[in-house]
Design a protein around this ligand. Structure first.
Ligand code: HEC
Length: 422
Protein backbone atom coordinates (compact mmCIF):
# COMPACT_ATOMS: atom_id res chain seq x y z
CA UNK A 1 0.00 0.00 0.00
CA UNK A 2 2.70 2.40 1.07
CA UNK A 3 4.79 1.67 -1.99
CA UNK A 4 1.79 2.16 -4.21
CA UNK A 5 0.98 5.52 -2.69
CA UNK A 6 4.56 6.62 -3.13
CA UNK A 7 4.60 5.46 -6.73
CA UNK A 8 1.51 7.51 -7.40
CA UNK A 9 3.02 10.64 -5.95
CA UNK A 10 6.18 10.17 -7.97
CA UNK A 11 4.34 9.77 -11.25
CA UNK A 12 4.77 13.07 -13.05
CA UNK A 13 1.96 14.87 -14.81
CA UNK A 14 3.24 13.78 -18.19
CA UNK A 15 3.17 10.07 -17.33
CA UNK A 16 -0.33 9.61 -18.75
CA UNK A 17 -0.18 8.32 -22.28
CA UNK A 18 -1.19 11.33 -24.29
CA UNK A 19 0.33 13.49 -26.96
CA UNK A 20 2.22 16.44 -25.53
CA UNK A 21 4.91 18.90 -26.43
CA UNK A 22 7.71 20.59 -24.47
CA UNK A 23 8.32 24.13 -25.57
CA UNK A 24 10.91 26.69 -24.63
CA UNK A 25 14.14 25.89 -26.44
CA UNK A 26 15.36 28.47 -28.93
CA UNK A 27 16.87 25.99 -31.37
CA UNK A 28 16.64 22.43 -32.68
CA UNK A 29 16.64 19.54 -30.23
CA UNK A 30 19.63 17.24 -30.66
CA UNK A 31 19.36 14.84 -27.74
CA UNK A 32 16.81 13.58 -25.20
CA UNK A 33 17.19 11.49 -22.05
CA UNK A 34 14.60 10.26 -19.57
CA UNK A 35 15.09 9.41 -15.89
CA UNK A 36 13.20 6.58 -14.15
CA UNK A 37 11.33 9.18 -12.05
CA UNK A 38 9.85 10.77 -15.19
CA UNK A 39 12.16 13.76 -15.63
CA UNK A 40 13.17 14.54 -19.19
CA UNK A 41 16.36 16.27 -20.31
CA UNK A 42 16.69 17.89 -23.73
CA UNK A 43 19.96 18.94 -25.40
CA UNK A 44 19.64 21.81 -27.84
CA UNK A 45 21.43 23.66 -30.54
CA UNK A 46 20.62 26.77 -28.45
CA UNK A 47 23.57 25.79 -26.14
CA UNK A 48 21.31 24.88 -23.25
CA UNK A 49 19.98 21.76 -21.59
CA UNK A 50 16.32 21.74 -20.58
CA UNK A 51 15.57 19.73 -17.44
CA UNK A 52 11.83 19.20 -17.44
CA UNK A 53 9.45 18.43 -14.62
CA UNK A 54 6.07 18.12 -16.26
CA UNK A 55 6.11 20.83 -18.89
CA UNK A 56 8.25 23.24 -16.83
CA UNK A 57 11.92 23.56 -17.75
CA UNK A 58 14.86 24.36 -15.59
CA UNK A 59 17.48 25.74 -18.00
CA UNK A 60 21.02 24.50 -17.54
CA UNK A 61 23.33 27.07 -19.10
CA UNK A 62 27.09 26.75 -19.42
CA UNK A 63 27.99 25.09 -22.72
CA UNK A 64 29.46 27.49 -25.24
CA UNK A 65 28.10 25.74 -28.33
CA UNK A 66 25.37 23.32 -29.36
CA UNK A 67 24.61 20.54 -26.88
CA UNK A 68 24.40 17.16 -28.64
CA UNK A 69 23.49 14.54 -26.06
CA UNK A 70 22.50 14.10 -22.43
CA UNK A 71 22.45 11.18 -19.98
CA UNK A 72 20.99 10.87 -16.48
CA UNK A 73 22.87 9.31 -13.62
CA UNK A 74 20.61 9.34 -10.56
CA UNK A 75 20.25 12.99 -9.61
CA UNK A 76 23.20 14.01 -11.78
CA UNK A 77 23.06 14.73 -15.47
CA UNK A 78 25.85 14.69 -18.04
CA UNK A 79 25.85 16.66 -21.30
CA UNK A 80 28.25 16.81 -24.27
CA UNK A 81 28.70 19.58 -26.77
CA UNK A 82 30.22 21.10 -29.86
CA UNK A 83 32.33 23.12 -27.39
CA UNK A 84 34.43 19.91 -26.89
CA UNK A 85 33.40 19.51 -23.23
CA UNK A 86 31.56 17.00 -21.08
CA UNK A 87 29.72 18.77 -18.28
CA UNK A 88 28.15 17.48 -15.10
CA UNK A 89 24.98 18.99 -13.65
CA UNK A 90 23.96 20.49 -11.30
CA UNK A 91 26.76 23.01 -11.49
CA UNK A 92 27.84 22.46 -15.04
CA UNK A 93 31.48 21.84 -14.15
CA UNK A 94 33.67 20.44 -16.90
CA UNK A 95 34.00 16.68 -16.38
CA UNK A 96 35.86 15.92 -19.59
CA UNK A 97 37.57 17.68 -22.47
CA UNK A 98 38.21 16.59 -26.07
CA UNK A 99 39.93 18.20 -29.06
CA UNK A 100 36.78 18.05 -31.19
CA UNK A 101 33.00 18.01 -30.95
CA UNK A 102 31.50 15.46 -28.59
CA UNK A 103 28.39 13.85 -30.03
CA UNK A 104 27.71 10.80 -27.87
CA UNK A 105 27.74 9.92 -24.18
CA UNK A 106 27.21 6.69 -22.21
CA UNK A 107 27.34 5.79 -18.52
CA UNK A 108 28.42 2.78 -16.52
CA UNK A 109 28.35 2.59 -12.74
CA UNK A 110 31.89 3.92 -12.55
CA UNK A 111 32.57 5.79 -15.81
CA UNK A 112 31.26 8.23 -18.34
CA UNK A 113 32.27 7.51 -21.94
CA UNK A 114 32.28 10.20 -24.63
CA UNK A 115 32.31 9.81 -28.42
CA UNK A 116 34.23 12.58 -30.13
CA UNK A 117 34.93 13.73 -33.65
CA UNK A 118 38.58 14.05 -32.59
CA UNK A 119 38.65 10.29 -33.22
CA UNK A 120 38.96 9.21 -29.60
CA UNK A 121 36.68 7.91 -26.88
CA UNK A 122 36.99 9.55 -23.48
CA UNK A 123 36.69 7.42 -20.35
CA UNK A 124 36.01 9.66 -17.37
CA UNK A 125 35.79 7.99 -13.94
CA UNK A 126 32.80 9.41 -12.07
CA UNK A 127 34.84 9.72 -8.88
CA UNK A 128 37.11 12.20 -10.66
CA UNK A 129 40.21 9.95 -10.74
CA UNK A 130 42.47 9.79 -13.78
CA UNK A 131 40.75 9.63 -17.12
CA UNK A 132 42.05 8.06 -20.26
CA UNK A 133 41.33 8.12 -23.96
CA UNK A 134 40.69 5.10 -26.17
CA UNK A 135 42.05 5.35 -29.68
CA UNK A 136 42.66 7.33 -31.81
CA UNK A 137 40.50 5.29 -34.14
CA UNK A 138 41.38 7.33 -37.22
CA UNK A 139 37.85 8.62 -37.73
CA UNK A 140 35.25 10.63 -35.85
CA UNK A 141 33.44 8.59 -33.18
CA UNK A 142 29.66 9.00 -33.14
CA UNK A 143 28.36 6.58 -30.54
CA UNK A 144 29.39 4.60 -27.47
CA UNK A 145 27.67 1.96 -25.30
CA UNK A 146 28.84 0.14 -22.15
CA UNK A 147 28.25 -3.51 -21.39
CA UNK A 148 25.97 -3.92 -18.35
CA UNK A 149 28.87 -4.68 -15.99
CA UNK A 150 30.89 -1.76 -17.34
CA UNK A 151 33.87 -3.93 -18.32
CA UNK A 152 33.43 -3.49 -22.07
CA UNK A 153 32.57 -0.67 -24.38
CA UNK A 154 31.31 -0.60 -27.96
CA UNK A 155 32.04 2.34 -30.21
CA UNK A 156 31.06 3.26 -33.76
CA UNK A 157 31.93 6.11 -36.05
CA UNK A 158 32.45 7.66 -39.42
CA UNK A 159 34.66 4.80 -40.66
CA UNK A 160 31.70 2.43 -40.32
CA UNK A 161 33.58 0.23 -37.85
CA UNK A 162 31.91 -1.11 -34.72
CA UNK A 163 34.67 -1.71 -32.17
CA UNK A 164 34.73 -3.56 -28.86
CA UNK A 165 37.06 -2.23 -26.15
CA UNK A 166 38.30 -3.52 -22.83
CA UNK A 167 37.62 -0.72 -20.35
CA UNK A 168 40.28 -1.49 -17.73
CA UNK A 169 43.18 -1.92 -20.16
CA UNK A 170 41.91 0.58 -22.72
CA UNK A 171 42.75 -1.91 -25.50
CA UNK A 172 40.68 -2.58 -28.58
CA UNK A 173 39.54 -6.21 -28.43
CA UNK A 174 38.22 -6.50 -31.97
CA UNK A 175 36.39 -4.91 -34.84
CA UNK A 176 32.93 -6.41 -34.63
CA UNK A 177 31.49 -5.03 -37.87
CA UNK A 178 32.90 -3.15 -40.83
CA UNK A 179 30.00 -1.40 -42.48
CA UNK A 180 30.85 0.46 -45.67
CA UNK A 181 29.25 3.69 -44.44
CA UNK A 182 29.53 5.70 -41.25
CA UNK A 183 27.57 4.40 -38.27
CA UNK A 184 25.71 7.15 -36.43
CA UNK A 185 23.94 5.37 -33.61
CA UNK A 186 24.15 2.17 -31.58
CA UNK A 187 21.90 0.62 -28.94
CA UNK A 188 23.18 -2.30 -26.88
CA UNK A 189 20.71 -4.78 -25.39
CA UNK A 190 22.87 -7.42 -23.73
CA UNK A 191 19.98 -8.95 -21.81
CA UNK A 192 18.49 -10.13 -25.08
CA UNK A 193 21.84 -10.59 -26.79
CA UNK A 194 21.74 -7.99 -29.54
CA UNK A 195 23.08 -4.65 -30.66
CA UNK A 196 21.25 -2.33 -33.07
CA UNK A 197 23.02 0.15 -35.32
CA UNK A 198 21.89 2.88 -37.68
CA UNK A 199 24.05 4.23 -40.48
CA UNK A 200 24.52 7.10 -42.89
CA UNK A 201 23.30 5.01 -45.86
CA UNK A 202 19.96 4.39 -44.12
CA UNK A 203 20.84 0.92 -42.86
CA UNK A 204 19.20 -0.22 -39.63
CA UNK A 205 20.41 -3.64 -38.49
CA UNK A 206 20.19 -5.79 -35.42
CA UNK A 207 23.33 -7.81 -34.71
CA UNK A 208 23.03 -11.04 -32.73
CA UNK A 209 25.97 -10.75 -30.33
CA UNK A 210 26.43 -14.49 -30.05
CA UNK A 211 26.06 -15.70 -33.63
CA UNK A 212 26.95 -12.53 -35.51
CA UNK A 213 23.78 -12.92 -37.61
CA UNK A 214 22.05 -9.70 -38.62
CA UNK A 215 18.42 -8.73 -39.13
CA UNK A 216 17.77 -5.91 -41.53
CA UNK A 217 15.13 -3.20 -41.03
CA UNK A 218 16.45 -0.84 -43.64
CA UNK A 219 13.83 1.27 -45.40
CA UNK A 220 14.42 3.66 -48.21
CA UNK A 221 15.26 6.60 -45.92
CA UNK A 222 18.55 8.06 -44.87
CA UNK A 223 20.50 8.76 -42.84
CA UNK A 224 19.54 7.04 -39.59
CA UNK A 225 20.04 9.67 -36.90
CA UNK A 226 18.47 8.37 -33.71
CA UNK A 227 17.84 5.05 -31.99
CA UNK A 228 16.13 4.38 -28.66
CA UNK A 229 15.16 1.28 -26.72
CA UNK A 230 12.12 1.25 -24.42
CA UNK A 231 12.77 0.45 -20.74
CA UNK A 232 11.02 -2.94 -21.10
CA UNK A 233 13.17 -3.59 -24.22
CA UNK A 234 10.08 -4.44 -26.28
CA UNK A 235 10.31 -1.47 -28.63
CA UNK A 236 13.20 -0.07 -30.60
CA UNK A 237 12.58 3.32 -32.19
CA UNK A 238 14.48 4.54 -35.23
CA UNK A 239 14.54 8.16 -36.41
CA UNK A 240 15.80 9.26 -39.81
CA UNK A 241 16.81 12.20 -41.93
CA UNK A 242 13.45 12.34 -43.65
CA UNK A 243 11.46 12.87 -40.47
CA UNK A 244 10.04 9.38 -39.92
CA UNK A 245 9.96 7.30 -36.78
CA UNK A 246 9.81 3.54 -37.14
CA UNK A 247 9.05 1.47 -34.04
CA UNK A 248 10.22 -2.14 -34.16
CA UNK A 249 8.58 -4.74 -31.95
CA UNK A 250 11.65 -6.57 -30.64
CA UNK A 251 9.85 -9.73 -29.55
CA UNK A 252 8.13 -10.40 -32.88
CA UNK A 253 10.85 -8.60 -34.90
CA UNK A 254 8.40 -6.70 -37.02
CA UNK A 255 7.67 -3.04 -37.69
CA UNK A 256 4.94 -2.14 -35.21
CA UNK A 257 4.58 1.54 -36.16
CA UNK A 258 5.97 3.72 -38.86
CA UNK A 259 4.95 7.33 -39.17
CA UNK A 260 6.05 10.70 -40.34
CA UNK A 261 6.84 12.54 -37.12
CA UNK A 262 8.01 15.88 -38.46
CA UNK A 263 6.85 17.61 -41.57
CA UNK A 264 10.02 19.54 -41.68
CA UNK A 265 13.48 18.05 -41.37
CA UNK A 266 15.07 15.12 -39.62
CA UNK A 267 14.48 13.30 -36.36
CA UNK A 268 17.70 13.88 -34.44
CA UNK A 269 16.71 12.74 -30.98
CA UNK A 270 14.57 9.92 -29.59
CA UNK A 271 13.88 8.58 -26.12
CA UNK A 272 11.12 6.53 -24.55
CA UNK A 273 9.29 7.81 -21.49
CA UNK A 274 10.14 6.06 -18.24
CA UNK A 275 6.91 4.04 -18.43
CA UNK A 276 7.65 3.10 -22.05
CA UNK A 277 4.28 4.38 -23.26
CA UNK A 278 5.43 7.48 -25.08
CA UNK A 279 8.10 8.13 -27.64
CA UNK A 280 9.74 11.56 -27.37
CA UNK A 281 11.33 13.09 -30.45
CA UNK A 282 13.33 16.16 -31.33
CA UNK A 283 14.42 17.74 -34.60
CA UNK A 284 14.55 21.08 -36.38
CA UNK A 285 11.59 22.49 -34.46
CA UNK A 286 12.41 24.05 -31.09
CA UNK A 287 9.74 21.81 -29.59
CA UNK A 288 10.01 18.26 -28.27
CA UNK A 289 7.05 16.14 -29.40
CA UNK A 290 5.83 13.09 -27.52
CA UNK A 291 3.45 10.49 -28.94
CA UNK A 292 1.72 7.69 -27.04
CA UNK A 293 2.77 4.61 -29.00
CA UNK A 294 -0.68 3.05 -28.69
CA UNK A 295 -2.34 6.00 -30.38
CA UNK A 296 -0.37 5.37 -33.54
CA UNK A 297 -1.98 2.76 -35.71
CA UNK A 298 0.33 0.47 -37.55
CA UNK A 299 0.20 0.87 -41.28
CA UNK A 300 -2.01 -2.14 -41.87
CA UNK A 301 -4.59 -0.99 -39.35
CA UNK A 302 -4.70 2.46 -40.83
CA UNK A 303 -5.60 0.93 -44.16
CA UNK A 304 -8.72 -0.62 -42.65
CA UNK A 305 -10.00 2.38 -40.75
CA UNK A 306 -8.75 5.22 -42.88
CA UNK A 307 -9.65 4.68 -46.49
CA UNK A 308 -7.17 7.21 -47.74
CA UNK A 309 -4.26 4.95 -46.88
CA UNK A 310 -5.49 2.19 -49.16
CA UNK A 311 -4.55 4.33 -52.10
CA UNK A 312 -1.20 5.49 -53.22
CA UNK A 313 -1.07 9.18 -52.21
CA UNK A 314 0.14 10.05 -55.69
CA UNK A 315 -3.12 8.69 -57.12
CA UNK A 316 -5.34 10.79 -54.86
CA UNK A 317 -6.85 14.10 -55.73
CA UNK A 318 -4.98 16.93 -54.09
CA UNK A 319 -7.25 17.62 -51.10
CA UNK A 320 -7.30 13.99 -50.03
CA UNK A 321 -3.56 13.75 -50.50
CA UNK A 322 -3.03 16.83 -48.32
CA UNK A 323 -5.07 15.17 -45.60
CA UNK A 324 -3.35 11.78 -45.94
CA UNK A 325 0.10 13.31 -45.76
CA UNK A 326 -0.41 16.09 -43.26
CA UNK A 327 -3.33 15.28 -40.98
CA UNK A 328 -4.25 11.59 -40.97
CA UNK A 329 -1.49 10.60 -38.57
CA UNK A 330 -3.36 12.52 -35.82
CA UNK A 331 -6.97 12.87 -37.01
CA UNK A 332 -9.69 10.43 -37.95
CA UNK A 333 -12.70 11.41 -40.06
CA UNK A 334 -15.11 8.86 -38.62
CA UNK A 335 -17.48 9.29 -35.64
CA UNK A 336 -15.48 6.90 -33.40
CA UNK A 337 -12.25 8.78 -33.97
CA UNK A 338 -9.98 5.86 -33.02
CA UNK A 339 -7.00 6.28 -30.78
CA UNK A 340 -5.36 9.28 -32.35
CA UNK A 341 -3.44 12.20 -30.92
CA UNK A 342 -6.01 14.73 -32.17
CA UNK A 343 -9.83 14.81 -32.02
CA UNK A 344 -11.80 13.31 -34.89
CA UNK A 345 -12.70 15.86 -37.55
CA UNK A 346 -16.04 14.15 -38.18
CA UNK A 347 -18.70 16.90 -38.27
CA UNK A 348 -16.03 19.61 -37.93
CA UNK A 349 -17.74 22.30 -40.01
CA UNK A 350 -19.82 24.54 -37.77
CA UNK A 351 -18.38 23.00 -34.62
CA UNK A 352 -17.04 25.45 -32.03
CA UNK A 353 -13.35 24.74 -31.31
CA UNK A 354 -12.54 22.46 -28.42
CA UNK A 355 -16.02 21.03 -27.92
CA UNK A 356 -15.89 17.37 -28.97
CA UNK A 357 -17.06 15.45 -25.88
CA UNK A 358 -14.51 13.06 -24.44
CA UNK A 359 -11.42 14.60 -26.04
CA UNK A 360 -8.91 16.31 -23.72
CA UNK A 361 -8.24 19.65 -25.36
CA UNK A 362 -5.71 22.23 -24.31
CA UNK A 363 -7.22 25.07 -22.29
CA UNK A 364 -6.17 27.43 -25.05
CA UNK A 365 -8.36 25.74 -27.62
CA UNK A 366 -11.28 25.28 -25.20
CA UNK A 367 -11.23 28.94 -24.28
CA UNK A 368 -10.90 30.23 -27.84
CA UNK A 369 -14.11 31.36 -29.48
CA UNK A 370 -13.24 29.97 -32.88
CA UNK A 371 -15.93 28.15 -34.88
CA UNK A 372 -14.57 25.82 -37.57
CA UNK A 373 -15.52 26.99 -41.05
CA UNK A 374 -13.85 27.13 -44.47
CA UNK A 375 -12.28 30.43 -43.42
CA UNK A 376 -10.99 29.42 -40.00
CA UNK A 377 -9.53 26.09 -41.16
CA UNK A 378 -7.90 27.93 -44.03
CA UNK A 379 -6.44 30.50 -41.61
CA UNK A 380 -5.27 27.78 -39.22
CA UNK A 381 -2.89 26.42 -41.85
CA UNK A 382 -2.17 29.69 -43.61
CA UNK A 383 -0.75 31.14 -40.38
CA UNK A 384 0.11 27.83 -38.71
CA UNK A 385 -1.46 26.66 -35.43
CA UNK A 386 1.41 28.19 -33.46
CA UNK A 387 0.39 31.64 -34.71
CA UNK A 388 -3.34 31.21 -35.09
CA UNK A 389 -3.94 29.61 -31.66
CA UNK A 390 -0.65 29.97 -29.76
CA UNK A 391 -0.52 27.45 -26.92
CA UNK A 392 -2.70 24.80 -28.55
CA UNK A 393 -1.52 21.19 -28.59
CA UNK A 394 -1.53 21.16 -32.35
CA UNK A 395 1.98 20.87 -33.82
CA UNK A 396 3.47 23.70 -35.78
CA UNK A 397 2.83 23.31 -39.49
CA UNK A 398 1.77 25.52 -42.38
CA UNK A 399 0.34 24.78 -45.78
CA UNK A 400 1.82 27.55 -47.82
CA UNK A 401 -0.05 27.11 -51.11
CA UNK A 402 -3.54 28.68 -51.11
CA UNK A 403 -4.72 26.05 -53.61
CA UNK A 404 -3.60 23.20 -51.32
CA UNK A 405 -5.55 24.72 -48.44
CA UNK A 406 -8.64 25.21 -50.58
CA UNK A 407 -8.46 21.61 -51.86
CA UNK A 408 -8.02 20.33 -48.31
CA UNK A 409 -11.11 22.22 -47.13
CA UNK A 410 -13.14 20.88 -50.06
CA UNK A 411 -12.02 17.36 -49.26
CA UNK A 412 -12.80 17.80 -45.54
CA UNK A 413 -16.33 18.92 -46.41
CA UNK A 414 -16.88 15.71 -48.32
CA UNK A 415 -15.16 13.39 -45.86
CA UNK A 416 -16.50 14.73 -42.57
CA UNK A 417 -20.15 15.23 -43.37
CA UNK A 418 -22.55 13.61 -40.97
CA UNK A 419 -24.94 12.46 -43.74
CA UNK A 420 -22.18 10.76 -45.74
CA UNK A 421 -21.40 8.31 -42.98
CA UNK A 422 -24.84 7.25 -41.78
C1 HEC B 1 0.84 15.58 -34.85
C2 HEC B 1 -0.60 15.59 -34.67
C3 HEC B 1 -1.48 16.51 -35.51
C4 HEC B 1 -1.42 16.75 -36.87
C5 HEC B 1 -0.41 16.24 -37.88
C6 HEC B 1 -2.57 17.58 -37.15
N1 HEC B 1 -3.26 17.85 -36.01
FE1 HEC B 1 -5.01 18.89 -35.89
N2 HEC B 1 -4.97 18.67 -33.87
C7 HEC B 1 -4.05 17.94 -33.15
C8 HEC B 1 -4.31 18.07 -31.74
C9 HEC B 1 -3.49 17.43 -30.62
C10 HEC B 1 -5.44 18.90 -31.63
C11 HEC B 1 -6.09 19.41 -30.35
C12 HEC B 1 -5.42 20.72 -30.04
C13 HEC B 1 -5.70 21.28 -28.68
O1 HEC B 1 -6.43 20.69 -27.89
O2 HEC B 1 -5.12 22.35 -28.44
C14 HEC B 1 -5.83 19.26 -32.99
C15 HEC B 1 -6.92 20.05 -33.30
C16 HEC B 1 -7.38 20.30 -34.60
C17 HEC B 1 -8.57 21.04 -34.93
C18 HEC B 1 -9.55 21.61 -33.95
C19 HEC B 1 -10.54 20.51 -33.60
C20 HEC B 1 -11.59 20.89 -32.59
O3 HEC B 1 -12.38 20.01 -32.25
O4 HEC B 1 -11.60 22.04 -32.14
C21 HEC B 1 -8.68 21.06 -36.30
C22 HEC B 1 -9.75 21.70 -37.12
C23 HEC B 1 -7.52 20.36 -36.81
N3 HEC B 1 -6.76 19.91 -35.76
C24 HEC B 1 -7.27 20.16 -38.15
C25 HEC B 1 -6.11 19.55 -38.64
C26 HEC B 1 -5.82 19.44 -40.05
C27 HEC B 1 -6.74 19.86 -41.18
C28 HEC B 1 -4.56 18.88 -40.13
C29 HEC B 1 -3.75 18.62 -41.37
C30 HEC B 1 -3.48 19.74 -42.23
C31 HEC B 1 -4.10 18.63 -38.76
N4 HEC B 1 -5.05 19.07 -37.90
C32 HEC B 1 -2.88 18.04 -38.43
C33 HEC B 1 -3.02 17.19 -33.67
C34 HEC B 1 -2.63 17.20 -34.99
Amino acid sequence: MRALALAMILLPATAAAEFFTLKGHGGPIMGIATAPDGRIATASFDNSVGLWTGTQANWLEGHEAAVNAVAFNGTALYSVSDDFTLRRWPGGGIAGQHKGKIVGVALSETHVATASWDGTIGLWPQDGTTSHLLGPTGAGVNAVAFSADGSHLYSAGMDGVLRLWDVSSGQEIRQVIRHGFGINEIVLNESDGWLAYGAVDGVTRILDLETGAERDFTLDRRPILALALSPDRRHLAVGDGEGYIMVIDTSAWRIARDFRATLNGPVWALAFSADGKNIHAGGIADTMYSWPIDSLDEHGKMAETDRSFLKDPDQMENGERQFARKCSICHALTPEGGRKAGPTLFGIFGRPAGTLPGYLYSDTLKESDIVWTDETINLLFDLGPDHYIPGSKMPMQRITEAQDRADLVTYLHRATQVENQK
